[in-house]
Structure formats: structure tokens, C-alpha cells
Design a protein around this ligand. Structure first.
Ligand code: C5P
Length: 242
């Protein structure tokens, strides 16, 4: 730890350790035998062999959700885009890079999953014809043509069995409640978890978050005040349990 702040081997915050111990004993074995699929992190869409389009997602919320499911004794598959954090030990990690790669991995794991939590920040667009060699600079402007990526969550909602529960996420910079409510209509998951991104208190890259959770049978979304992502992940698991 050259800087003392980040890196392998950094000791977790005491509050985080205390919470994990509490969560493990409180929820011990509740989800034994259940299979949980979690997606996390950003995707990368190639421009050329050395450049890509991506986003600021750190993967922390998705990894916290995977840990929370693990604490309940579930068998957890974590389909993750590239992140700088270590996955919880005990999960089956499926590393992917692009939205198309994530789509394939998720569809493969879907039939045997009881619960699917889609926390990944999937790129909505990819570069239409990525260059096979590094693009050289010229004096003029450079345009990239983008094409839509598959909507993984949309596909899951179309294919899922009624017994399978699906949690979607909404990351918004503005009008969180209105945009998330609209998304929930378009993507009617069992739970839709909305969080604010961008700005100083945005969800990306922070250890904390603040959520609005839309759930079937609730008129108004539940407000989960600013807290550690691990605690919020545990609350989401409680809501999945119903
Ligand atoms: O429609 P929107 O992208 O805002 O919805 C967000 C939710 O959909 C998240 O759960 C995200 O993981 C998922 N998503 C997806 N495939 C995409 C885009 C988003 O599964 N191409």
C-alpha cells in the first residue's frame, strides 16, 4: 500500500467488519440451496485494440449484493465487468468485458438461478465497427458510429419463469424518482433499486449509497437513507425475501 489508502491488503473499515459479522450470524443459512446471479461493474466497448468507451461504475454495490447473498448461504454467481476491487471470496466469478459478453454469460446462468440481481452499469451503445488497429490521429474531427447494445434486463424479464425473482437498477443523474418510476413501468422487475450517480455524493465509486426501492404492492418507493453499501445490500435482500 504505497499510498496507505487503496490496494490489496488494506484493512477493511471496522464498521464494515462488524456489519459483515452481524449479517453472517443474523442471516445464517436462510438462503441455503438458493442460486443467486448478480451482475456488477461497468462494461467496456472497444473503439480500437487499445481504447474503449465505458463508465464510472466501481462494482462496489454489485459486490456488496453478492456478499449479502453469500452471507445468507446462497450459491452466488457474479458476472462482472472490469473493476479494481476484489470479488467476495466464495462466489463463482464470471469475468466479462463487453455488454454482449455479459448478455451471453447472464443468459447461460439464468435457467438455474432463483434470484437475479442486475446491478451492472451496462453500456447502452457500442462502437459499430471497432478498428482492428490503433486509430491514428489526423487534423480533422473523428466520429464514431454507435449501435444499441442488447438490453440484458429486458431479455431476462421476457424469458424468466414466474418463480424467478429479478431485481433491476436505475442509475440517474436527475429526477431520480420520476425517471426510476418510468423505468419500472418499462422494466417491471420484482424490485427496482434507484440511485443517483454523478456529482460528489453519487453512487459510483463510493462505499455509501442512498436508494429508492420500488417494489410490487407498494404505491410509493421505499427510501433507504445514506448508509454503507453493505447495509443497503442486506436491506435489499430482506425485501427480496418479502
Ligand atoms: O434502461 P436502463 O439501462 O436505465 O435500465 C437499467 C437496468 O437495466 C439495470 O439493472 C442494468 O443492469 C440493466 N441494463 C441491461 N442491459 C442494458 C442496459 C441496462 O441489463 N443494455
Amino acid at each position: 500500500l504505497a499510498c496507505g489508502e487503496v490496494g490489496d491488503g488494506r484493512f477493511a473499515e471496522p464498521a464494515e467488519i462488524a456489519f459483515q459479522v452481524e449479517s453472517y450470524f443474523k442471516n445464517f443459512g436462510k438462503w441455503a440451496g438458493k442460486k443467486v446471479l448478480v451482475t456488477a461493474g461497468p462494461t467496456r466497448e472497444a473503439i480500437d485494440p487499445v481504447r474503449f468507451i465505458s463508465n464510472e461504475s466501481s462494482g462496489k454495490m454489485g459486490y456488496a449484493l453478492a456478499q449479502a447473498a453469500l452471507n445468507r448461504g446462497a450459491e452466488v454467481t457474479l458476472v462482472t465487468g472490469p473493476t479494481r476491487i476484489a470479488p467476495p471470496s466464495g462466489v463463482k466469478v464470471v469475468p466479462v468485458s463487453t455488454a454482449q459478453g455479459m448478455h451471453k454469460a447472464v443468459l447461460k446462468a439464468l435457467p438455474k438461478s432463483d434470484i437475479v440481481v442486475m446491478a451492472a452499469a451496462v453500456a447502452d451503445y457500442r462502437v459499430l465497427n471497432p478498428s482492428k488497429s490503433k486509430i491514428k490521429k489526423t487534423n480533422g474531427e473523428l466520429s464514431l458510429r454507435l449501435t444499441r447494445n442488447p438490453d440484458i434486463l429486458g431479455d431476462i424479464l421476457r424469458r424468466k419463469k414466474t418463480s424467478q425473482k429479478v431485481v433491476g437498477f436505475a442509475a440517474e443523474t436527475d429526477d431520480l424518482r420520476r425517471n426510476a418510476a418510468e423505468k419500472w413501468k418499462r422494466k417491471p422487475c420484482d424490485l427496482l433499486v434507484a440511485n443517483r450517480v454523478g456529482g460528489r455524493k453519487g453512487a459510483f465509486n463510493s462505499d455509501e449509497n442512498e436508494l429508492l426501492v420500488f417494489a410490487r404492492g407498494r404505491v410509493e418507493p421505499l427510501v433507504l437513507k445514506r448508509d454503507l453499501k453493505s447495509r443497503l445490500a442486506d436491506r435489499i435482500m430482506d425485501m427480496i425475501e418479502g
